[in-house]
Design a binder for this molecule. Structure first.
Ligand SMILES: Nc1ncnc2c1ncn2[C@@H]1O[C@H](COP(=O)(O)OP(=O)(O)OP(=O)(O)O)[C@@H](O)[C@H]1O
Ligand SMILES: [Mg+2]
Length: 241
């Protein structure tokens, strides 16, 4: 059935802040069980796209379908209950709460509250470092550990689909690789669907199945990872080849 193949469909999305329009008719689709990358430089409108999908800002025009259902004006907490989770940029942790406090607090939603132990086991098996540091305050974790905690917190919401806003931001190359393989694992071992927003095109194309390139609030290019890697414009402007 049409629509079942895609977890998320965004049609002609327009959005912005106050009087300022930022998105000018964005179309994108995220196939179930795949990693779809949304790539672009600073200010392209990537975060605005995620916030509009999530409902943190209300879309001006267009349509958003999640699991075939129209969720264009559904508020963020309801989308979370439906299984759509955003892992925001900048990690946004509470410095004085411990790792485990973050995780158990996140799991107080209807989707997860009966499975807290199970979800904790899952998250600790994915991130053994977080298990070692479960009594440590988030403010004293390293940048990479904080990013892991942000992802772990998203997983405690028991999502079907995760959206990541620049998970590699500010991390050393080795940690960027760790985050990339973790995101690939979420797809390959847990069957999760991912929309990955990144400036790091190189890393994203390593793990994604399909990608979109955004410039000035518009999708200017899309294709499979192979197609994007071979595209002269992508090679020159985004991969520096
Ligand atoms: N709260 C806001 N109020 C007004 N304008 C905003 C707001 N947040 C973002 N913008 C503007 O919207 C445009 C797109 O920003 P957005 O944050 O979506 O880009 P981005 O692709 O996520 O960039 P980056 O890679 O730097 O995070 C920019 O011109 C930005 O200045
Ligand atoms: Mg952004």
């Amino acid at each position: 059935m049409a629509g079942q193949e895609y977890m998320l469909v965004v049609e002609d999305l327009e959005s912005g802040y106050g009087e300022t329009q930022v998105l000018f008719g964005v179309n994108l689709k995220v196939r179930k069980g795949e990693i779809t990358a949304l790539l672009g430089s600073n200010g392209a409108g990537k975060s605005t796209t995620l916030w509009s999908i999530m409902g943190v800002i209300d879309p001006w025009k267009g349509r958003i379908l999640f699991k075939g259902e129209d969720v264009t004006h559904v508020p963020p907490h309801k989308k979370t209950t439906m299984g759509l989770v955003l892992v925001p940029e900048g990690r946004r942790l509470w410095p004085n709460l411990t790792v485990e406090e973050h995780l158990t607090l996140a799991a107080k939603t209807p989707r997860s509250r009966n499975k807290v132990e199970e979800l904790l086991d899952l998250v600790y098996s994915l991130f053994p470092r977080l298990k070692e540091r479960r009594k440590q305050k988030a403010g004293t974790l390293s940048g990479g550990e904080q990013q892991m905690l942000a992802i772990a917190r998203g997983l405690m919401l028991n999502p079907e689909m995760l959206m990541f806003d620049e998970p590699s931001l500010g991390l050393a190359p080795k940690l960027v690789q760790d985050i990339a393989s973790t995101i690939a694992k979420l797809r390959d071992e847990l069957g999760l669907t991912v929309l990955l927003v990144e400036q790091n095109v190189h890393m994203s194309l390593q793990i994604a199945n399909y990608g979109y390139i955004m410039e000035n609030g518009r999708i200017v290019l899309e294709g499979t990872v192979e197609e994007l890697e071979e595209n002269p414009r992508v090679r020159e402007a985004y991969l520096g080849i």
